[in-house]
Structure formats: C-alpha cells, structure tokens
Design a protein around this ligand. Structure first.
Ligand code: MSP
Length: 510
C-alpha cells in the first residue's frame, strides 16, 4: 500500500463539459477508485482553468465579468462530474486565493533562482491555444490545431530560461524511462527536447485577467504558467511543506495528447527551476473523435455535430451513468485515439452489459430463486472456474495498476464469458436439486462477486447493485482488494430475490 495523487487537466472555464473532457475525467476517476480499492492513500484533483484571454473574451461576449462567468462555468463542471459519479477529493479553481499564493511563491522561487529575465517578444499568437507559434510551426499563418488565423503580437515580457534546462531534462528522461507513458508519447516529448528548446514568455501586459506578477505590477502571468501550478496549489505548495512532501513523489498527471509539451517539457523544467523534483509520472491519452456515424436522437435534436458539443448529461439520460463510464473506459486503449459513436455505445451496452454481464446475473439469480428456494449455495474450493478467475484477477489488477482500464475490463469480461460458458456446459436449468446444482450455482455466484469487485472502479453503482443482488450487504468499492480478491469468499446462505434487469436492452439506432 502506498500513495496515489492523480490529477486531470484543469478545464478551461470558457467551455461547457463535453464528452472529451468527460473522457479524461472518467479515466482519472477509475484510477482513483482502483487505488482506493488496493488501499492506497489517494488524492484525486480536478478543477477549472479560469484565467487568460479566451476566458476573458467568453465573459465579455456574454456581458459578464470574468468572475461571474467563471463562477457559472466551474459550477457547471462540478455538476457534470457529480452526475458522472466522479469521486474527486478536491476541485480547484485558479481564481482562488490559495492558488494566487502558490503561483506567486513558486514563480518567485524561479525568479530568485535566476531563471527569469525581461525581453521583448514578437510572435504569432493563437488565442484558443493561449500560445505563440513561429512562422515555421504555423500552417500558412494559421494555428496547426485550431486552423484559426494567428494574430501578430509584440509585448515586453518576462521570460523563463527553458533553454537552460535542455541537458537536465535529457538526463531526467534517461534516468526516468517511465516518466511519460505510453512510450510513443514519451518519445514525442523527448523529441521536443532533443529538437532544442527556446525560452518562453511567461507574463502578459495585454490583459489583466490573470495572477499578478509579484515583482512587476504591470504584468500578469501567462495562463499556462499559472495553470500548471494548480497541481502544487492543491497539495499546499508555499503553505504546507509536509503536505507537498507527502503527495508530490506520488503524483500522476493524466492529460490529453495536445498538451504534452506543457506537461512533459515545460512543467518538469519549471519544477527543476523552482528547486523541486518534477512530478512522478505523466500518462497521456489520445482523442476521442466523432466517427461520422448517425447521431442519437438527443444529439440530433440538439443539432450537435461536433464531439465538443455533446453534453455528457444527454448521454447519461439515454444510457445511464455507469454504461457511459464503461464505454469510455472500455472502447479505447489509453494513449490511442478512439472513435466515439452512438452505435458504439449502444453496441457495448447491448453486448457487454445486457447480454454478457446482465444476463449472467439474471440467469444465476433466477435459478437460485427457482431451484434453491432463494437460498444461495456456496462455491467449491476446487471449482473448474477457479484458475480462470484467478488469472482474471491477476491480469486485471496488473492492468489497472498499469493505467490500462481497457485491458482490465477485457480480463474481467473474460471471466464473465468463462462463467457463461460454464453455465452452458453444465446447464443447471436442466438439473435436479442437489449437490451438483448447488456447486455450479455457487461457483457462478463467486465468479459474479469477483467480477463486480474488478469492475467497481469503472461502474461503482452497478457493481454495488450486483453485490446486493447476490445477497452481499457490503459495497465492492469499499473493500480492500488484497483481502477480498481471493476465490472462495462468497459465503452462501443469503436469500436471493430476483430483481429487475440490470441493463434493459437498448434499441439499435434505425
Ligand atoms: N486548461 C488547459 C489545461 C491546463 S492543465 C494545467 C486545457 N483545457 S481544456 O478544457 O481544453 O481541456 C483539455 C483536456 O480535455 C485535454 O487534455 C483532454 O484531456 C480533454 N479533451 C478535450 N477534447 C478531447 C477529445 N476530443 N478527446 C479526449 N479528450 C479530450 O487544455
């Protein structure tokens, strides 16, 4: 047992929560839940990024002050994450006093260490990225990510001497081969460093919506510079050195692939410059892309055609919270791009949830009611299901530990498949009452108990409901994995009542 500090990027408060940001947040939540399950002392941080030009522009467009606007937006993020059953321990807003204090202390440390200087900056700026581009890195004067026309800007700015950290970053990467995962993304980050680093401008005079620079009242910090520091604000940087020492060595940032440079190059260099170790690990994920398939009725009704227009709440209304969480975790390996579609969710729902998991639970509980008078039998120590179950437990646990929810769920569904096949083989529905029937059903009940334990980081409510169905009063998410994940603990003897289907079948889109 150890510690685990997991963070999501803080989301821009100019936008509403959408499927893309839900994807990151659900993945981080499943990781946090897994680590709590294995007994790690866990802290899960998410929040909103509330400074910068983009947010100031959005507020002005809605005739609101930036503060009013971000109050509204951050509340919207919290609501969405609450609906998705996101178990964050802290929700940070970069407009909070605690953050101002940490940012100012952190950047003053870098300044005092001699890594910040003043110069004039001229360049092409993308407001959506809140970042500068060079003529070479732009695409015919347009942003390579947003395709918007870049704006020529000239400012007197304070600069961070990033170029001075090339060698230290290179050694750091060589000494910490798993600093960034998966390896393809690590190589991408490393090649940024090998390609040569330029100093970066870290303050702005053109806007006032930001954290004031303590040593120069005309400047505010550039939004990315203040944003990254949120990961330290939340563990007390500048206020509580013990708390920083408690959590920082166990830090894991989960981020989308478009913000690799900030998290895997700038951020470790900033930490070094401030006299701190870089974070322990950055896990990069790919993008969900809308595959161009038919949209659901809700999506069509709201006129949504872009992924960033799809509100997670519309999907939970249609499919339920846990099925959406399952789909987001199961469909795509973390690190790869994935296709998001209405057909995809419907298919996962009908196949994996209704046919495989739902059917297994329904079959077994119905048989216990009809053939065993509702009293659950016990599993056998030497059950033929046991070796497969033990393998699934090991494989899924390794995968969860390895930031691979997709493989963890695949292994779990392997056990569901094996249990359904075991039932087909023995056909308990044709058996008379007696030891053999009890043995088969007891084994299946134990497999169901273990499946729900393994899937609880992904589907906490459904798994709790499954444990109730099989007569267990405890909650799978509140167990200690090492204690609960051994074959044979299903006690038997409980009274089982047949319930409503866990996953009523969905109609496939016409
Ligand atoms: N505010 C910055 C992050 C600062 S962190 C110190 C930011 N915010 S954002 O609102 O644009 O959110 C970006 C994150 O949302 C991505 O890194 C990614 O995690 C997630 N996603 C946004 N669109 C996505 C997809 N289409 N697919 C998957 N994830 C997506 O960048």
């Amino acid at each position: 047992m150890g510690r685990f500090y997991i963070t999501t990027p803080i989301y821009y408060a100019n936008d509403a929560p959408h499927v893309g940001t839900a994807y990151t947040t659900v993945n981080a939540d499943a990781m946090a839940r897994w680590h709590r399950l294995i007994g790690d002392e866990t802290k899960f941080l998410t929040g909103t990024d509330e400074h910068g030009q983009k947010v100031a522009d959005a507020a002005a467009k809605h005739d609101m002050s930036p503060k009013e606007w971000t109050d509204q937006k951050s509340a919207q993020f919290r609501r969405a994450w609450d609906v998705l059953n996101i178990s964050y321990d802290d929700f940070i807003r970069t407009t909070e006093p605690r953050h101002y204090e940490s940012v100012q202390k952190f950047l003053t440390a870098i300044y005092d260490n001699g890594h910040i200087y003043k110069d004039v900056y001229k360049g092409l700026y993308c407001v959506s990225c809140e970042d500068y581009y060079t003529t070479e890195s732009s695409v015919e004067g347009r942003c390579p990510i947003h395709a918007s026309v870049l704006v020529e800007m000239e400012e007197e700015n304070w600069f961070f001497r990033l170029s001075a950290f090339e060698e230290r970053l290179t050694s750091f990467y060589n000494d910490h081969p798993n600093f960034v995962t998966p390896p393809t993304k690590r190589n991408e980050a490393f090649s940024f460093i090998q390609g040569g680093l330029r100093d970066i401008s870290i303050t702005r005079t053109s806007i006032s919506w930001g954290v004031p620079v303590p040593w120069d009242a005309n400047h505010v910090f550039y939004v990315w510079y203040d944003a990254l520091i949120n990961y330290l604000t939340a563990i007390g940087y500048g206020r509580d050195a013990d708390e920083v020492a408690t959590w920082w060595p166990w830090s894991h940032h989960l981020v989308g692939k478009e913000i690799i440079r900030f998290h895997c190059v700038w951020w470790p260099a900033m930490c070094m410059a401030a006299g701190l170790e870089p974070p322990a690990h950055v896990q990069v994920h790919g993008w969900l892309l809308l595959g161009g398939q038919k949209l659901s009725k809700t999506m069509a009704a709201s006129g949504s055609v872009r992924l960033t227009d799809i509100a997670p709440i519309d999907l939970t209304n249609e499919f339920g919270v846990d099925p959406l969480r399952y789909y987001l975790l199961r469909e795509t390996a973390l690190g790869n791009d994935g296709d998001f579609s209405h057909e995809g969710i419907t298919q996962r729902y009908n196949t994996d949830l209704a046919n495989n998991l739902g059917n297994l639970v329904a079959r077994v509980t119905t048989l216990v009611v009809s053939k065993c008078g509702g009293v659950a039998p016990r599993p056998r120590d030497n059950s033929p299901l046991r070796p497969g179950a033990e393998l699934a437990l090991r494989t899924a646990a390794d995968a969860w530990n390895d930031f691979s929810p997709q493989s963890a769920l695949e292994a779990t569904w392997g056990l569901i498949g094996a249990t359904n096949a075991y039932l087909e083989l023995h056909a308990p529905w044709k058996m008379e009452q007696g030891d053999e029937l009890n043995a088969v059903l007891g084994d299946a009940l134990e497999a169901i108990r273990l499946v729900a334990l393994l899937a609880t980081p992904a589907m906490p409510e459904v798994c709790e409901a499954i444990w109730q169905r099989i007569g267990l009063s405890a909650t799978p998410g509140e167990q200690l994995f090492a204690v609960s994940a051994t074959w044979g603990q299903y006690p038997g003897g409980s009274i089982i009542v047949k319930g409503e289907p866990l996953f009523p079948r969905m109609k496939t889109a016409e």
